[in-house]
Design a protein around this ligand. Sequence first.
Ligand SMILES: *Cc1c(COP(=O)(O)O)cnc(C)c1O
Length: 430
Amino acid sequence: MKLPHHLTIKNSHLHINGQDCVALAEKYGTPLYVTSEDRICEQFRRYKTALSSRYPKVQVLYAAKANGNLSILRALAKLGAGADVFSSGELHCALDAGMAPEKLLFNGSSKSPADLRLAVEKGIKVSVDSLDELHHLDAAAKAAAKVVTIAFRVNPALEVPTHPKIATGLATSKFGIPYKEIPAAYSEALTSENVKPVGLHCHIGSQILDTEPFARAAEVMMRIAKELTEMGVALEFIDLGGGLGIPYHHDTDPAPTPEDYAAKVVPVFKAGIEACGITPELWVEPGRSLVADSTVLLTRVNSTKSAHKRFVNVDAGFNLLIRPAMYDAYHEVIVANKADAPLSTEYTVTGPICESGDILAPDRKLPQIAAGDLIAVLDAGAYGFAMSSQYNSRPRCPEVLIHGKQVALMRRGETIGDITAAMERPPWQR
Ligand SMILES: *Cc1c(COP(=O)(O)O)cnc(C)c1O
C-alpha cells in the first residue's frame, strides 16, 4: 500500500513521524488518536505556496470543524492561518489558539442571536446565509453601535462528484443564497448602515477528488463578482471554500494536490478579477486536505470470531470514528504490529458499539489476526475525533501529538466521571 512519507514501516511495525505505533499504544493505551503536527504544517505550507506563487494576496482559512483540537489550531495559527468557524465554540477556540480576528470567517446556515452578537462584539467577518439573517445581523450591529463586515454565502447550484451528504453546493442544498438572488442581497446590504458587504463566499462540498468542479464554481463566483462590481460593491475578498478530497483508497483514488488545485483555480480567479478591474484577496478554506492524513486511530483487537464472516472485534467504534457508519467511508487499515506480513485472510473490522452498523472496515485482506494485535485506521485526522461521541457511555480516547521527535498528549482520555460530570440529579431523586 502506498503510504505518505510520515508513515513508515520498520521492524514490522507501523511508525508515524518516526514513532513506533506499537510503543505509543503501550504507553498511552488504546484506543488512541495519534497526529503528526509536522504533516499538518507541511500541508498548510503547500497550500500557501501553491496559491501565493500564482497570486500574492492569499489567505488560507483552516476549516476548524475538521479537527478542533486547540493544539492543531495553535500550530496552524503560528503559520499565519485563519479559520472558517461554524459556531461560537469554534470561534472561541480559534481566538484562544491565537488566530487573528481579521482572518476568521463566521459561517453557518443557522446562526443564533447569541452567535451574531458574538461576531459583532469580536469584530469577526460573517458569511451571511439568508436575507433574514442579514436583518438580524444588522440589528445586532446597530444595537452594539458597530459595523460588521460580511460576505454572502452563494449557492452556485453545482452538481459535484461526492457523497450526497457532503455535497453542499447543490441547487437543493440548505446552504447559501441561490446565485441569481445574490445581487439583490448585496443591494439590500448596501443600504444597511451597520453591515458592510465586502466579500463573496461559496463552498461546494467535501471529499472532491477532481479539480474541475472547483474551477466551475470559481467561474460562477467571478461572474457574480463582475455584476457586484458594476453595482458598486467594493469586493475585498472572494472565498472559494474548501472541499479538496484525499485518496482514502491509497492505491486507486486520484490524489489531487494543493498545487493541482491552485493551477486549476487561480487562473479562473485572475481572469475574473482582471475583467472586474479589482484585486481582492483570494481566500480558501481547506479542512480535510490539511489534516486527514496526519492522523491514525490505533485500536486493540479484543477478540476474533468466525461466523457469517471473520470478524475482528476492536476497542474503537463509531463512537470514535463515525465516517464509515455515516458515509460508508473507506479507511485503509494496517495491522500495526505486523505491518509487513502477507495479507492472507479476509476480515471485517468491527467496533464495540451496540449497533450492527458499527463496522470500521468491511471485507479487508489482512495478515492473520489474534487478540492483542494492534490495528491502525489511517487518514483519521479529519471528521474523526471531531465527530466522536460518548455513545454507550464510552469515554472518548486520548489524542497524542508528535512534533519532530517530541510526543505529548494534546487531549487526555476521558473518564467515566467526565461522562457523568454534566448530569444533574432532579430534586425528587435526592
Ligand atoms: C466544512 C467546510 C469547509 C471544509 O471542507 P473540507 O472538505 O474539509 O475541506 C470549508 N468551508 C465551509 C463553509 C465548510 O462548511
